[in-house]
Design a binder for this molecule. Structure first.
Ligand SMILES: NC(=O)c1ccc[n+]([C@@H]2O[C@H](COP(=O)([O-])OP(=O)(O)OC[C@H]3O[C@@H](n4cnc5c(N)ncnc54)[C@H](OP(=O)(O)O)[C@@H]3O)[C@@H](O)[C@H]2O)c1
Length: 224
């Protein structure tokens, strides 16, 4: 049994993940900022922990992570102002990474996005730039850490039902359901060959466990 802390616990991917972890006998602690979401977390089989990661410092986060086996970052500002995007998707994610190290939690799975590369090509005047820039900064911080990291790079997220299958060589925007992203995160947590890899993926035909275990697969960017 593993104890996983999911940051952004009431998110759509995160709720699927709590359910998957509970179903296989793992313990999920879901970090939320609104205590009113606790019932949904409990219904998914997780344990709510109220902590606003935009405000929490590294010590507060490290305390919350203490004793966990792994952290999954699945939070996000969800657009809005560039200021809040940087505050959550970059700064809070980076503090969470530092906090994991401080708490001695070595395993860290970060949900990024398919286009997260230094040459993402998004114009600084584009409203999407802050997200791309913030995510890349979080990815880089995790890659530079001493942690056992995995970065997930799903394409555009949908609310489609789970298929249990993906491709690590997605075409176009690489659409994939949030339920399948959660299944990829759950599988990565128990597949050591995913450590040190950025896995870009979309909906596809290969069973998730098989797709992420195949270390021969190389996709764009730093998928190594
Ligand atoms: N949308 C896409 O097409 C796409 C594509 C690739 C990757 N992604 C990434 O996939 C991940 C999960 O996506 P999703 O659709 O599951 O996201 P989501 O449903 O928008 O969930 C994000 C969660 O983060 C939480 N959060 C925001 N600020 C917080 C804070 N200060 N403290 C604690 N929690 C906070 C939100 O809580 P509140 O309910 O309190 O706001 C929300 O529950 C995100 O990291 C996103 O960037 C998205």
């Amino acid at each position: 049994m593993q104890h996983i802390v999911i940051i952004g616990g009431h998110g759509k991917v995160a709720l699927h993940l709590a359910r998957l972890l509970a179903d296989r006998g793992d313990e999920a602690t879901s970090v939320i900022r609104d205590a009113g979401q606790s019932g949904d977390i409990e219904q998914a089989g997780g344990t709510p922990l109220v902590l606003d990661v935009e405000k929490a410092d590294v010590d507060e986060m490290a305390e919350a992570f203490s004793g966990a086996d792994a952290i999954v970052w699945s939070a996000g500002a969800g657009g809005g102002s560039a200021e809040r995007t940087y505050a959550v998707d970059r700064d809070a994610a980076q503090r969470a990474i530092d906090a994991a190290a401080k708490a001695g939690v070595r395993r860290f799975v970060l949900v990024s996005w398919i286009g997260s590369t230094p040459d993402h090509g998004i114009d600084p005047d584009d409203a999407f730039f802050a997200y791309a820039d913030a995510k890349l900064a979080a990815d880089d911080h995790l890659r530079a850490s001493e942690l056992d990291w995995t970065i997930l790079g799903p394409g555009t997220l949908t609310l489609d039902p789970p298929t249990g299958r993906i491709t690590t060589a997605p075409q176009g925007e690489g659409e994939v359901s949030r339920a399948d992203v959660a299944a990829v995160a759950a599988a990565a947590l128990v597949q050591p060959t995913t450590i040190g890899r950025f896995i870009r993926f979309g909906a596809g035909e290969t069973l998730i466990a098989e797709a992420i275990a195949d270390t021969a697969i190389r996709t764009t960017g730093e998928n190594a």
